[in-house]
Write a protein that binds this ligand. Structure first.
Ligand code: ADP
Ligand code: TYD
Length: 216
């Protein structure tokens, strides 16, 4: 009898982990806060895997290098974003969640809606078709949308790094990306939490702690 109980517990799968995506226009503070969220969750006993898109796998990182530095047709760009995502889901996100890990991704499909549809102007229906193909039944459990005015994001970016293909886009492009992000936050209020990124890093951490507590 005892033996039976042991066998059962040994084969009971770990509870599924949670998937959190980080979104916002370039310079909004995603990279700054992902490490804090990882530490916060680890301090609560979670095993956390943090990753990014495009990228997150060996092949995805090769696609990222192309996406961030080569000129290409806007539909090629959208397709490669989703190709990178498909690989990321297959190799890292799905297996991680199945093992009970919490998976953090610096960007996911909301970024394709914001950049390829909002910014570049591809019809949303194309993103919806790709989303339905690549992850028909999976959505992040939580999306943290770091939101701030374009000018503040631009100042922060200019102060820190060499800009890639996207970061060199004009204000109008980022304005459309931001609008699409905010539209999606209204459309999916249960999933997407908007974080006011004009606040200090410390104030944002307090807010992140409150949001994460609800998910734990
Ligand atoms: P993203 O990953 O969203 O492009 P980063 O996290 O790299 O943005 O932030 C861009 C720059 O802004 C970094 O130099 C970072 O230190 C700075 N930064 C991020 N959040 C804040 C904040 N709340 N206040 C002031 N500076 C910030
Ligand atoms: P980003 O995470 O901002 O990289 P970094 O913090 O190193 O600058 O992502 C790279 C760029 O890719 C960013 O400008 C947004 C763009 N992107 C899309 O256009 N569509 C997508 O689906 C994704 C995931 C990213």
């Amino acid at each position: 009898m005892n033996q039976g109980v042991e066998v059962e517990s040994a084969t009971t799968p770990a509870p599924r982990g949670k998937f959190i995506s980080f979104e916002g226009i370039d310079g909004a503070g995603k990279s700054t806060h992902i490490g804090f969220v990882k530490n916060f969750l680890e301090s609560r006993g979670k095993t956390v895997v943090s990753s990014r898109e495009p990228g997150g796998t060996a092949l995805g990182e090769k696609l990222r290098a192309l996406l961030l530095h080569e000129k290409m047709h806007l539909e090629t760009e959208a397709l490669l974003m989703f190709a990178s995502r498909r690989e990321h889901l297959a190799q890292l996100i799905e297996p991680g969640l199945a093992q009970g890990h919490w998976v953090l991704s610096d960007r996911f499909t909301d970024a394709s809606f914001a950049y390829q549809s909002g910014g570049r102007g591809l019809p949303r229906s194309k993103m919806e078709a790709l989303e339905a193909w690549v992850h028909p039944s999976l959505q992040p459990d939580l999306t943290l949308l770091f939101d701030l005015p374009l000018e503040v994001a631009r100042e922060r970016l200019d102060a820190t790094r060499t800009l890639d293909k996207f970061e060199r886009e004009q204000a109008d492009f980022f304005s459309k990306c931001r609008d699409e992000y905010l539209r999606r936050a209204q459309q999916f209020p249960q999933r997407i939490v908007v974080i006011d990124s004009t606040q200090s890093i410390d104030a944002i951490r307090v807010r992140l702690g409150e949001v994460l507590e609800k998910l734990l």
